[in-house]
Design a protein around this ligand. Structure first.
Ligand SMILES: Cc1cc2nc3c(=O)[nH]c(=O)nc-3n(C[C@H](O)[C@H](O)[C@H](O)COP(=O)(O)OP(=O)(O)OC[C@H]3O[C@@H](n4cnc5c(N)ncnc54)[C@H](O)[C@@H]3O)c2cc1C
Length: 403
């Protein structure tokens, strides 16, 4: 699957960060992780920190799937608002999902500190009402239910918004501290390097071509003809994980993003908050640590790489126009533009767990705007299962809800 255009900003910025070998002989491990992007990296890190024998296999160079295309906003807000999610999965599971995303950001901060990754930065999150009717239909309902479940969020009036931003919006939700931003590509490499120190093995340019479930584990066959024996298999193949599912649970889209030329000034808008909106698809923006504005959105409901790439210039113009309508005083000049596949599930939650068709296997599928926070949740669930610790949240994300 072609899941992104060639030159996403993070890849251009950092280039090839580390070198990993390809697999050149038969191999055996307790936990085999297919996919070495941010999801596989977090899982392997949690497993290896727990002293579990782990090996990662990726068919690309490490981090070169969706991970290097990720704009890497870390938000506790799931694409499905809490008041709507409650109707889909029940209030208890919906509220817990939101709280888990808050906890994930805290966990990612701790890990980033441990790994000395400077790119993790706490930010506020600001979600404005795109239309007047979104105030009673969304903002007010959402504010009430989030507060009920102890989430630190403020509701802002139009006056509050115009007092702080260069644009008007009829209302907004402002979360002062439970959001962050990072560089998912760098974080992925930092995690793998630390896992290797803890004994994990990481192989890239190693495609898994076949999975054969056995009585006591799985046998994987690589495209180059090597065999990998594992007691457990983790599928962390990002959007390509759908290749291993015998049923349909996600819709694949195309999404577009740009990074502008850097500015001299540090604060480009109110606290350089992560900005997004109630409209779907939403436009979102953030400021990098080197003062570039990243703006993304304008999603299209198809995955076709040819159609996606043909649209890149037009989508860039649309993104710049939308940005300028909000910030007429900021001269955003696109420096890097890219596009990638994006996916959403019916309820906006990830799928983390097993299916009966693939024994000894756990899927870790973080889809949607919270892909990275979901990867963190998946890593903890999988580590808990590996060490025999009951994880009371695992059922929220299981495949059973799809049937
Ligand atoms: C433009 C864009 C913006 C985004 N913005 C955000 C954001 O702001 N915040 C957020 O949280 N999320 C965001 N996301 C989503 C986020 O980037 C993804 O959820 C995340 O990168 C997925 O990571 P992953 O490791 O699961 O997948 P990937 O990074 O795609 O890694 C999966 C790996 O599996 C490997 N693989 C697949 N099949 C095989 C095989 N058979 N054998 C061996 N290896 C295999 C692939 O080569 C790949 O490297 C965005 C995505 C895009 C495209």
């Amino acid at each position: 699957m072609d899941i992104r255009t060639d030159n996403p900003f993070w890849l251009m910025k950092s280039g090839f960060l580390e070198i990993y070998p390809s697999l050149k002989e038969d191999f055996s491990t307790d936990y085999a992780v297919i996919g070495g992007g941010i999801t596989g990296a977090l899982i392997a890190w949690y497993l290896s920190q727990a002293g579990i024998d782990t090996a990662v296999f990726d068919r690309r160079h490490i981090g070169m799937g969706s991970t290097c295309a990720s704009t890497a906003l870390l938000q506790y807000e799931i694409d499905t608002p809490l008041f709507q999610l409650k109707e889909m999965v029940g209030e208890k599971n919906a509220a817990r999902s939101y709280q888990l995303c808050v906890e994930s950001i805290n966990a990612l901060e701790k890990i980033s500190k441990k790994l000395k990754l400077a790119e993790f930065e706490r930010k506020p999150s600001f979600c404005y009402a795109s239309r007047k009717k979104d105030v009673p239909d969304q903002i007010e309902k959402e504010y009430k239910i989030r507060r009920k479940h102890g989430i630190d969020v403020e509701i802002w009036s139009e006056k509050d918004v115009t007092g702080r931003f260069s644009f008007a919006a009829p209302a907004a939700l402002y979360s002062p501290k439970d959001a962050a931003q990072t560089d998912a590509y760098k974080l992925t490499h930092a995690l793998h390097q630390d896992s290797i120190k803890a004994g994990a093995k990481v192989f890239d340019k190693t495609e898994i071509a076949e999975i054969e479930p056995k009585k006591r584990g799985v046998v994987l066959k690589t495209k180059n003809g090597f065999e990998i024996k594992a007691k457990k298999l983790i599928i962390a193949c990002g959007y390509e994980s759908v290749n291993y599912l015998p049923f349909h649970i996600v819709r694949l889209h195309s999404t577009f993003a740009l990074a502008g030329e850097p500015f001299g000034k540090k604060e480009l808008w109110y606290k350089n908050a992560l900005i997004w909106e109630t409209a779907r698809p939403y436009l979102y923006m953030r400021v990098t640590s080197d003062n570039r504005i990243i703006v993304g959105g304008k999603d299209e409901p198809f995955q076709s790489p040819t159609k996606r790439d043909r649209l890149l210039n037009r989508k860039t113009r649309e993104i710049v126009d939308s940005f300028k309508r909000k910030f007429p005083g900021i001269d955003l000049i696109p420096d890097y533009t890219w596009a990638g596949t994006f996916a959403e599930t019916e309820d906006g939650l990830p799928y983390i767990g097993s299916i009966k068709q693939l024994p000894h296997t756990i899927f870790a599928l973080g889809f949607g705007g919270n892909g990275i926070t979901f990867s963190q949740i998946a890593a903890e669930i999988i580590r808990d299962e590996a060490i025999g610790k009951k994880n009371r949240d695992a059922q929220i994300f299981s495949f059973e809800r799809a049937s």
